[in-house]
Design a protein around this ligand. Sequence first.
Ligand SMILES: Nc1nc2c(ncn2[C@@H]2O[C@H](COP(=O)(O)OP(=O)(O)OP(=O)(O)O)[C@@H](O)[C@H]2O)c(=O)[nH]1
Ligand SMILES: [Mg+2]
Length: 397
Amino acid sequence: MAHPLLTTAHRRSIIIALITVLCVCYFMVISPEDGYLSSKILSTEQSVHKVDKTLLNLASPAENEPSHSFGNDISHDPSSPRRANATLVMLARNSDLDGVISSVEQLESKFNHKFNYPWVFLNDEPFSFEFKRRVKVLTDADVSFGLIPHETWVQPPWIDEERARKGRDILIKEGVIYGGSVSYRNMCRYNSGFFFHHELLTPYKWYWRVEPDVRFYCDIEYDPFLFMEDRDKIYGFTISMPEWEPTITSLWSVVKEFISDHPEYVSPNNSMDFISDDAGDTYNMCHFWSNFEIADMDFWRGEAYTKFFNYLENTGGFYYERWGDAPIHSIAAALFTRKDQIHFFKDIGYKHAEFAHCPQGRQWREGHCSCNPNDNFDFAQNSCLRYFMRLDDWMFG
Ligand SMILES: Nc1nc2c(ncn2[C@@H]2O[C@H](COP(=O)(O)OP(=O)(O)OP(=O)(O)O)[C@@H](O)[C@H]2O)c(=O)[nH]1
Ligand SMILES: [Mg+2]
């Protein structure tokens, strides 16, 4: 039998020896520095693993399980492109349905199926169920159908109807298109001074005006709204031509009065040379054809245009003559913006009635345009494009 003291002392020395061996081993094999390095390597591996998973999650979230452990809470999709505050807008009647479908179908397939800008349709009468059903199905974008407030559409009660009737009769005798039509005058006045105040349009800055039965010939692979925004543009067109003089007999004298009352609104770098051949003495009738417009509604809503429109409106010229929204918009854009703020969309193939703009050369090829490049109004006798091109800066715009 062993002595208890010896046994205790023996045990104590074994424990001390073991502790000593463990300490020596610890300091020899795992020094504090090595331990730091090891743990650093370990933590780096973990973070590489983390980053990999994070990148994977960003790259294709749909293909990855949601991982709460890494805290990758992706609140927005960074791959979603920047968008403009913009809408496509069309004024139409229920009876225009076939032409509306044709225009929407083309613009969707050439442009908007990739961008999904919303559509706004406006009418002076409620759109029929059939109209809405047939149009909504053409796009994945939001579609709204709006009723135009009566007072912004109809001939105002202060217009002298006897004088207006005489004005219509003169144009009928002269064989001017829509010369006898009051509803055409309503439409022109509405497009000149009111559409951009419609409650469905006030949320937006940019619009692309589309009409029933027009043609869009080419693929549009970029965003024309962002193009305008990024270059500080205000008004974009494709076709320009002269107005029928009898429809705007007194317009230019009213414009000149406005300019002399409000010279502060005229841009020092304006496009007077597009609309006048004699530095503003007379109007040469040139205008941008407003059935196609990509433009900034804040310009129409701004002080210069608001005062300009009200000035014109007070003369009654929309009804006593037959002032069109195209010369009104064009004159304002030419005078109250810088010339580099007006853009010729030469890459957008477009046709309204018998007049077409077909891109040329590389733009025609790259846009896969379906128009005949020879069916192009740009340099036809009646085109006003050469007047636009004589503005110094057009090609740098
Ligand atoms: N809701 C409504 N829309 C109209 C009316 N008149 C014209 N519009 C629309 O206003 C736009 C211009 O009218 P248009 O009749 O095409 O006039 P235009 O382009 O000068 O003439 P066209 O060469 O015949 O096309 C089109 O989008 C028409 O659908 C109307 O009385 N009510
Ligand atoms: Mg038309």
